[in-house]
Design a protein around this ligand. Sequence first.
Ligand SMILES: [Zn+2]
Length: 68
Amino acid sequence: MPESKREVRPIEITYTCDACGQGLMNRAGDMDPQSGDILHRCPICDHEQTFQWRAYPRIEHIGLEEQL
Ligand SMILES: [Zn+2]
């Protein structure tokens, strides 16, 4: 495959706490390599939630012409 280049823009993806609806969940531990579980905690109410194979907040890049 030949090399190709394109311009992209960064997108921040956050997850609002399911418990209080205010805080943005933060990663609170390492990913379990077996299950992919990543513990997160709300900085406002201390609610804990586990996400699999994804962490918040995170930055992804999409093409300039792509929709969110
Ligand atoms: Zn919360």
